[in-house]
Design a protein around this ligand. Structure first.
Ligand code: SAM
Length: 240
């Protein structure tokens, strides 16, 4: 029998036309429990209430699957994933994809290792460290079909951290708030320098009339080798 959390999740996901099966709803419930358990040790999210957690964390992450076609077996990196958003909710529904969860916070990386083990998620990897350093590593550079990021930094900063990971022809997707226009304007120079092109901006609504957006950047050319610059510089001196 489904519990309250699972029922609510299935019902709210239906509102955006996403079918969640019972066994996956159980996994999302387990994921929330893991977050609660670790919250005494590490600040993962301030959202506790079931419905708010479902809408703002799970459904918001799953919107990526609604709005973007992710091919079977795709390789995806979630930069600055924190407690695993959007990477873990996506992985639970799309077991075929390879997900790399990157974060520079050690306690969060430990939480992620533990969560993927307890949820039994395969082909899910934790990369503990800074994007500025992983982005220079040939094992990861220009090797992903998609890079995604939510709530990490302004677009002109996060582009320098994410676009180096994306292969030519792949995409970087930034999950943003209601009004991304100003950030997009400020990021036009960075997109060009890093070898990308803004392909689309998608506006969407979460249950409860919460407005969000997605900025989609296509990788057109190789990113010049000097990017990303060293730790902290993308944030201190954003490309313009
Ligand atoms: N994406 C998650 C979400 O939407 O809930 C977490 C957002 S949290 C506000 C930002 C995360 O980015 C933090 O966990 C932080 O440790 C990580 N972060 C910030 N700068 C980073 C960098 N340069 N490389 C890797 N992780 C970074």
């Amino acid at each position: 029998m489904k519990n309250n959390f699972e029922e609510k999740l299935i019902e709210l996901a239906k509102k955006i036309d996403i079918e969640i099966e019972e066994h996956d709803a159980v996994l999302y419930g387990l994921y929330k429990k893991e977050i609660e358990k670790w919250s005494k040790k590490v600040n993962l999210t301030s959202i506790r209430e079931d419905e708010e957690f479902i809408v703002k964390h799970i459904i918001d992450s799953l919107m990526l699957l609604k709005k973007i076609e992710i091919p079977f077996g795709a390789r995806i990196i979630d930069v600055g994933t924190g407690a695993g958003f959007p990477g873990i909710p996506i992985k639970i529904l799309r077991k075929d994809i390879n997900v790399y969860l990157m974060d520079s916070n050690k306690k969060k990386a430990d939480f992620l290792e533990n969560a993927i083990k307890n949820l039994g998620l395969k082909e899910t990897y934790v990369l503990y460290g800074r994007a500025e350093n992983f982005g220079k590593n040939p094992e990861y550079r220009e090797s992903f079909d998609f890079a995604v990021a939510r709530a990490v930094s302004a677009l002109n900063v996060i582009l320098e951290l994410c676009l180096p990971f994306v292969r030519i022809g792949g995409f970087f997707v930034a999950l943003k708030g209601k009004e991304p226009e100003k950030e997009i304007e400020q990021a036009r120079g960075a997109v060009e320098i890093l070898g990308g092109k803004i392909k689309d901006v998608i506006y969407y609504e979460l249950p409860g009339e919460i407005q969000r957006s997605m900025v989609i950047v296509e990788k057109m050319r190789k990113t010049p080798e000097k990017y990303p610059r060293r730790e902290g510089i993308p944030e201190k001196k954003p490309l313009s």
